[in-house]
Design a protein around this ligand. Structure first.
Ligand SMILES: [Zn+2]
Length: 220
């Protein structure tokens, strides 16, 4: 059985819920009498539910990637606090001026804990990207706000702007991580508290988010 050519548009509109009351009634009445169109309607409904499922998978995949950024930035923040503690009372061979400068750099990269609750400007889903190195608390806060948006995406499928926002967040995270790693190396060379670069006590943040997800265009 095939659907009537003149009904195709109406059937599509019916599945998508885009018809007005009069056309909905017309299409429904036709489907009850026409087996071909009934089969076509069932096919369209199946396709639509598959698309919704795919949207759910996309939502889950993006959420997981965002959570990776959140946990990596939280780890790095904790590392910063640990490193700072070692420099609070620096060993004799480290000049206090040097220790002070390093602590300032650590504080800048770790960020203030209040930034971890940073909100979004709302409206256009714009997490303000820093476009470079920022602080791990800020990234953590932005990631958590973005996660909330992704999880409340209607129809499950995240909209393209959320992917762009995530890509921005990844870039900021990587820039911050690079700055953090070079700072760790600097502190490591000072043999603070017996720790040497490369001995594991000052290991770099374990998680690097370098994989930017496919753009939304690739999903279409
Ligand atoms: Zn028909």
């Amino acid at each position: 059985m095939t659907a009537c050519a003149d009904q195709n548009l109406l059937l599509g509109g019916l599945v998508d819920g885009e018809l007005d009351a009069a056309n909905t009634a017309l299409a429904e009445a036709h489907v009850t009498r026409c087996e071909g169109c009934r089969e076509e309607l069932e096919r369209l409904q199946a396709v639509r539910s598959l698309m919704a499922m795919d949207g759910m998978r996309r939502q889950l995949a993006l959420s997981q990637q965002i959570m990776t950024v959140m946990s990596a930035s939280k780890d790095a923040y904790e590392q910063g606090k640990g490193l700072d503690a070692k420099l609070t009372a620096p060993p004799a061979h480290v000049a206090s001026k040097v220790a002070k400068t390093l602590r300032k750099e650590i504080a800048d990269l770790a960020g203030a804990s209040k930034d971890a609750s940073i909100g979004l400007s709302g409206g256009s889903y714009a997490v303000p990207a820093v476009k470079g190195a920022t602080s791990f608390s800020r990234i953590n806060g932005q990631a958590s706000a973005l996660l909330e948006m992704v999880e409340s995406s209607s129809d499950q499928a995240p909209v393209p702007s959320l992917y762009r926002t995530y890509a921005d967040l990844c870039r900021d995270f990587n820039a911050t991580l690079a700055a953090w790693q070079s700072l760790q190396a600097k502190v490591g060379q000072l043999n603070v508290d017996g720790a040497r670069a490369g001995d594991g006590t000052l290991a770099p943040a374990r998680c690097q988010v370098s994989r930017v997800p496919q753009t939304a265009a690739n999903y279409r």
